[in-house]
Design a protein around this ligand. Structure first.
Ligand code: ADP
Ligand code: MG
Length: 323
């Protein structure tokens, strides 16, 4: 049942983030494609064995339709100093990848792609999936995700939306200290100020994520990747009014209200997971649009493939020009 590292054949790189690198791999014995994440860690046996123990908590999380399947965690021989996490491969990738694919289509001037890819049906289905996954993790295991952002929400062409990389391991999070790297942060004001962290912190992040999917931009403005730049962004999150969706008469009242209830700076006044799960924006599409959403996921898969080809052609052309 457990997957052995020696049974894997590397297929290609998927992406890399602040904490490590993710590749696609084939598990030869059952010809299953999986995702393999490698995280470099400090070479201290104690730290590593603690990390592994914490990661094994993930092993105890029973499969759920909104949580990326977990197939095991290892740390490789003392020469490499890395932790390997094996998980379900999601063939449409993460929301940040889908968003940047969409933006490339727009910049190529493809008229067909003027319509938003993330329409309200899609946003409602994604929001429900995230809320449902979060409330499963907390309800059954008292696990708080702590890192909801577009790159940790994954889509499959079968129509599944799943969250990954939940912060089971505070140690792991600390050892890679990745929260401050990168040009955006989805951290809530109370977390920045060091208060107790609850699932409502993830609700804040979900609100920011929806705004980003609608507008195409991280709502709080970026920052320079310097200590000053990061401090400035953190200060803006704490001191400035919360982000909002831009005004657009085509947005439903429900969606605007949903986002407004997520992006509340005072954690006590922010809606809870349970409240949001019965919000009108979720209810409206709960018992319908299933087929349409599956079609959307299939279409996304085709667009991603197409985009890869176009990118390759553009590169080739650039090479020819430069000659
Ligand atoms: P981050 O989430 O900070 O971007 P990660 O190392 O967690 O960094 O992931 C790198 C990229 O790999 C993600 O942006 C995502 O697009 C992709 N990815 C991660 N896990 C999977 C998976 N299980 N299936 C498909 N793609 C994945
Ligand atoms: Mg991730």
């Amino acid at each position: 049942n457990g997957i052995q590292l020696q049974d894997l054949v590397q297929l290609g790189k998927i992406g890399s983030g602040n904490s490590g690198t993710v590749i696609k791999a084939l598990h030869v014995p059952d010809s299953r494609v999986i995702a393999k994440k490698t995280i470099p860690v400090e070479n201290k046996t104690l730290v590593k064995s603690q990390l592994i123990r914490e990661l094994s908590i993930m092993q105890n999380v029973k499969p759920h339709q909104n949580i990326v399947g977990f197939y095991g965690a290892f740390y490789t021989a003392s020469t490499t100093n890395e932790i390997v996490i094996l998980m379900e491969y999601m063939d449409c990738g993460s929301l940040d990848k889908i968003l940047s694919t969409y933006k490339r289509y727009l910049s190529r001037g493809e008229l067909e792609f003027r319509d938003p890819w993330f329409n309200e049906l899609v946003l409602s289905k994604i929001s429900f999936a995230v809320l449902n996954g979060l409330s499963y993790l907390y309800g059954h295991y008292k696990i708080i995700h702590r890192d909801i952002k577009p790159s940790n929400v994954l889509i499959s062409s079968k129509g599944f939306v799943k969250i990954c990389d939940f912060g089971v391991s505070k140690k792991l999070i600390n050892s890679i200290a990745d929260t401050f790297v990168g040009t955006s942060t989805y951290m809530s004001p109370e977390r920045i100020q060091g208060s107790v962290y609850t699932t409502k912190g993830d609700v804040w992040s979900l609100g920011l994520m929806i705004i980003e999917l609608v507008t195409g931009e991280f709502p709080l403005g970026g920052h320079k990747d310097t200590p000053e730049g990061i401090l400035d962004l953190l200060q803006r999150i704490v001191n400035e009014p919360p982000p909002r969706l831009p005004y657009n008469p085509e947005f439903s009242k429900e969606m605007v209200d949903f986002v407004n209830r997520c992006c509340v700076k005072d954690e006590r006044e922010r809606s809870s997971l349970q409240e949001l799960m019965c919000h009108g924006f979720i209810e409206r599409y709960k018992s319908q649009g299933e087929r349409e959403f599956r079609h959307w996921c299939k279409r996304i898969k085709r667009r991603i493939k197409e985009d890869k080809m176009l990118k390759r052609e553009e590169k080739e052309r650039a090479k020819l020009v430069s000659r």
